[in-house]
Design a protein around this ligand. Sequence first.
Ligand code: HEM
Length: 559
Amino acid sequence: MTDVASQSPEAGDDRPVLTNRQGHPVYDNQNQRTVGARGPATLENYQFLEKISHFDRERIPERVVHARGAVAFGYFEATGTWGDEPIAAYTRAKLFQQQGKRTDIALRFSTVIGGRDSSEAARDPRGFAVKFYTEDGNWDLVGNNLAVFFIRDAIKFPDVIHSLKPDPITFRQDPARIFDFMSQTPESMHMLMNLFSPRGIPANYRTQQGFGVNTYKWVNAEGVTHLVKFHFIPKIGVKSLTERDAAAIQAGDLGHASRDLYEAIERGDFPEWEMRVQVMTDDEHPELDFDPLDDTKVWPENEFPAKPVGRIVLDRNVSNHFAENEQIAFGTGVLVDGIDFSDDKMLVGRTFSYSDTQRYRVGPNYLQLPVNRPKNAQVRTNQQGGQMAYYVDQVGENPHVNYEPSIMGGLREAEYPTHDEQGPEIVGRLTRKRIPRTNDYTQAGQRYLLLEPWEQDDLVANLVNLIGQATRPVQERMVWHFFLVEDELGRRVGEGLGITADDVRHLPPLQSQTLSDEEQQRLANLGNNGSRDVAGLQMTHCVPNEHVRVAAEPQLAQA
Ligand code: HEM
């Protein structure tokens, strides 16, 4: 009979030996332990049970949004200034202060809607989440490549995401559902202009902008606060794809953007972005026709210039996808001294959501993991236990004291950096109200007019194609919105759908809408309002966008 016993390694094989997680050497990784060569398997086979049961648990729940992503590491290098002024006038955050000061960062790019193996050529906002490992602890700036969002109140987030995610029965993404929701959500118009234009499919992660989107605050040493918005501009320029280009890429590769990022870093072609900041005094700004706390709006850059504060460079790839990509955890609540929250109603809602989902998705001790822990700051807490506690956080000199206050060698509170009170006084009664300055159409119209012609053509084609799959009442309502956005947009999408201004001018405003006088006038003149005036307007996003041509030209393809 053939001898089927395991073979020992060849003499002189000095490679390291495989073990199990208990440190026991594995003598045979090919065969289970059985009663005889053909007999039943034994249950005391610890090595087999450990291997299979760990495999059974290899996946943690994927992120409920932004499941597919790519992480790289690098640094932020400060200019020490905001434009020409010393930055200390605006913020005391240490990472910004000295010219040339470098702070370690991790950056995760992502798509939003698909699962973790989905296509990176999908039309979707792209996540741009930066973790700054500062000496004051971590700062997370969890942003996107599009500078605005669909909604302005966090209570609507599950709804907008459900409309964009697959249908709960057919499990297909369905334009009829998406535009059903958007048609009843006029604040989404500005985002739709960006998402359904080529900006909704960046050519690669290296060729997209990044934005904090929500409004934050900077605080200086005197406790003076300013409202701020963060921008990142790619050094190699913004480049995007049309639907056809994306389809051509997707046919052969679902992970082209992760590959591009990884390969660029491996060959030493380190991606770089300039970080710029817009600043506004910390008040309501009644002179503006929008609310500075509304994340469906951008701040006109001719009035609020985006000035450089430094650059970020990515120069190292992950060494393990699971440890450093699946388990990395960002949150909008993770701020350092000198940076603060604004009352942006999305921001406060987001701040609860991130660490809540991470305690479920990764576990209550997710902040002890190497990629998440504040590696350039000390951590001393009285938190203990919980699943997967990897170590006990540093405590005071007496390890018996895991509470505060104590005079037996425990930890003490820190001093306030400067002031306890800061920012404007807020007075109001408890309520559930919309912000008064909704102005949902102006910036959407301005953005449409400031798109490059090829972007406008692609936007219109995409809207006609997708809204054409919605029900007739939804199509009519979308055309009604688009006429309020800009005559030409309403006309072009309407032509594609066979709907004129006359077909929709009888529609009353949505029950949830309160139109301003100007909007009522536009409604009365639907289709005949004339083009909006965008002379001199410098709008966020309006930087050149190179069309990366991948697909054959339409004429050739049809021939
Ligand atoms: C109220 C509104 C929002 C809620 C409740 C929300 C919630 C979430 C949740 C639960 C995750 C998964 C986090 C994880 O599992 O680690 C996530 C990821 C993410 N969100 Fe949001 N989100 C909101 C709005 C936004 C906005 C406006 C932006 C863009 C500025 C954004 C950018 C991101 C990014 C980039 C990620 C991925 C982070 C990563 O790479 O790990 N989200 N969001």
